[in-house]
Write a protein that binds this ligand. Structure first.
Ligand SMILES: NC(=O)C1=CN([C@@H]2O[C@H](COP(=O)(O)OP(=O)(O)OC[C@H]3O[C@@H](n4cnc5c(N)ncnc54)[C@H](O)[C@@H]3O)[C@@H](O)[C@H]2O)[C@@H](O)CC1
Ligand SMILES: [K+]
Length: 553
């Protein structure tokens, strides 16, 4: 397991390490600077290249000054530009300036009328030590000017100017990846102890470039005392929570997943979810879908069991009952305004389908018509009454967004169900009456963890907030952040695949929180293998589904 820290948590780890454990600040700073110098030396290679370390007067600047001194001692051609615009310079920074001057490092001060713009022309590399995790508000004035000069020079000179940020690109919020006014666009960021949460998401991710994580010796007791909330898992952690597939077993040992998906003439989502479920290890998969999909799904996924329903609206001739002799009526549907009515006819009633399953996945391609609403409500009610785990995605979420009482009325004592909205679906799910989806989306970007946590507690379920980095919340203060996966997965069907994987893991008996975390991890890892095999541009969800089993091996 690895932790990710916010700005406040990083500062607290510093503080406890220094004030309570007794680590001298200058020791931590020296180790941080050695880390920066080492990473920079590896990146630079040609010692003739000229490096300009641009600093402010906080501890991030202190790291910058110390790194410049270490690089100089190692024979690199390095100078410092000191902006000098913050009110309170840190003592460590001032001490580092003294040491650097004693070691003969040239320091250009803006207060001596040196211009960063003119100076920068003569340099090949910028080391950014302007702000670190102490950044607390929008950047303006001289620091914004310096950052714009660096970014403009980078834009103009592209690969002829490299930018290395210390700890976090100056201007990126360590908490959510948003830019506080302006931010340095780095090629490389050398970060200390823990990757900052803001470097994983949105602009923060883009601006960080390649992230190099350096252990600078924060004592474990200091870290534990701060109880970091955000964490990631690696393949070994995931393997520990996956069910063991014993040799002495049969298909009945690996669960029965009921997938309620598809709509008249929409079969693809059900096929993708079913494929993924088999690949993720489900013993039996039954798809419950519209009768029109029978032949397509039967041909595309012959290993799946299939149960179909027929929908007769009142306006159709077949609604006279004559066609129903072979079927059981699952329910009559009337829209609230009475504008649409009809009935769902299936050979197996919904209660029996749900009872057969060890878990249920519902939503892919389901549609949002009255018929789809009826199906969702009937399946969830039966699942609730029969104590079955459920994963809900896509149209299931869209329907719930319109009528949140569906979920609110089915609250278990424990969190047994999983919901997997992407950012827009989440926005629809949380938006208040006087808010539009765009504003709700803005709230998610500001604090996705809080939103995921809110949904988890509001409905007493596990929430999986899907994005380039997916977050899983069980409603506690701790959140899992998944860091694998790639842009090749941003394609139609990707969510259906995740639903199938999570459904399979639930059906195999995993706890919902574990099924959600492992499902998201397996999905991302399979996406990475598919990208290696086929390339991000051309990989498809079928390619991803095809390699799911490789992660479980
Ligand atoms: N404290 C420690 O012991 C260590 C700190 N380290 C470094 O120190 C950094 C944190 O240092 P600091 O806490 O001094 O903070 P920073 O160096 O990030 O920022 C300096 C100061 O700028 C001011 N400031 C914040 N936002 C501003 C804005 N928008 N405009 C103008 N001024 C603003 C604040 O007063 C802040 O303290 C880390 O990111 C890391 O690089 C490392 O040396 C490891 C050890
Ligand atoms: K920085």
């Amino acid at each position: 397991m690895k932790y990710f820290t916010t700005g406040a948590k990083s500062a607290l780890i510093d503080k406890i390490s220094i004030e309570e454990v007794g680590m001298p600040q200058m020791v931590l700073m020296e180790r941080a600077s050695l880390g920066v110098a080492g990473a920079a030396a590896e990146f630079i290679k040609d010692k003739k290249q000229k490096i300009l370390t641009v600093v402010e007067g906080g501890n991030n600047g202190g790291d910058g000054v110390a790194a410049a001194r270490i690089l100089k001692e190692r024979g690199f051609n390095v100078d410092i530009f000191y902006i000098g615009g913050i009110k309170k310079t840190s003592e460590a920074f001032l001490e580092q300036i003294k040491i650097a001057e004693n070691c003969g490092v040239k320091i250009y001060k803006a207060s001596d009328d040196y211009s960063l713009k003119s100076l920068l022309v003569g340099y090949d590399i910028v080391i950014d030590g302007i702000f670190g995790v102490g950044l607390s508000r929008e950047i303006g004035g001289v620091q914004a000017e310096a950052i714009n000069i660096i970014n403009d020079a980078k834009e103009e000179r592209q690969n002829d100017l490299a930018v290395i940020s210390i700890d976090i690109p100056s201007g990126v919020s360590a908490d959510n990846g948003e830019l506080l006014g302006v931010a340095v666009k780095a090629d490389v960021t050398v970060t200390f102890g823990f990757t900052k949460v803001g470097m994983l998401f949105g602009k923060g991710r883009e601006y960080s470039g390649k992230i190099i994580l350096k252990d600078i010796g924060f004592p474990a007791c200091a870290v534990e005392k701060t109880a970091p909330e955000y964490y990631g898992l690696d393949i070994d952690d995931i393997k520990k929570i996956l069910p063991v597939r014993k040799d002495d077993s049969n298909k009945g040992n690996f669960g029965r997943l009921l997938i309620v998906a598809g709509n008249d003439s929409i079969a693809g989502a059900a096929v993708i979810a079913g494929q993924a479920a088999f690949k993720a290890g489900a013993g039996l998969v039954k798809i419950f879908t519209h009768k029109d999909n029978r032949n397509i799904i039967g041909a595309a996924l012959p290993e799946a069991l299939l149960d179909v329903y027929e929908y007769n609206s009142d306006s159709e001739e077949s609604s006279d009952g004559t066609n129903h002799s072979a079927g059981k009526c699952s329910g009559k549907i009337t829209s609230p305004g009475g504008e649409q009515s009809g009935e769902i006819i299936s050979s197996t009633d919904i209660e029996s389908l749900v009872k057969w399953a060890t878990a249920i996945a519902i939503g892919p391609g389901l549609g949002t018509s009255e018929k789809s609403k009826y199906l969702l409500k009937a399946v969830l009610k039966a699942a609730y009454e029969n104590d079955k785990p459920v994963v809900m995605d896509a149209d299931a979420i869209n329907i719930i967004s319109e009528d949140r009482s569906i979920l609110k009325n089915l609250r278990f004592e424990e969190k047994k169900w999983i919901i997997t909205p992407h950012m827009l679906e989440m926005a629809r799910l949380i938006k208040t009456e006087d808010e539009n989806a765009k504003d709700a989306l803005g709230r998610i970007f500001k604090d996705r963890f809080e939103v995921a946590k809110y949904v988890s507690n509001e409905y007493n379920i596990i929430s999986v907030l899907k994005d380039a980095r997916t977050v899983v919340s069980d409603g506690s203060s701790r959140c899992f952040i998944n860091t694998n996966g790639n842009s090749g997965m941003s394609k139609g069907g990707s969510g259906d695949s995740l639903t199938g994987i999570i459904g399979a893991l639930l059906a195999e008996g995993m706890k919902p929180q574990d099924a959600a975390r492992a499902g998201v991890f397996i999905h991302g890892a399979a996406g990475d293998i598919a990208a290696l095999k086929c390339g991000r541009t051309s990989m498809t969800v079928t390619d991803l589904n095809g390699v799911i089993d490789m992660i479980k091996r």
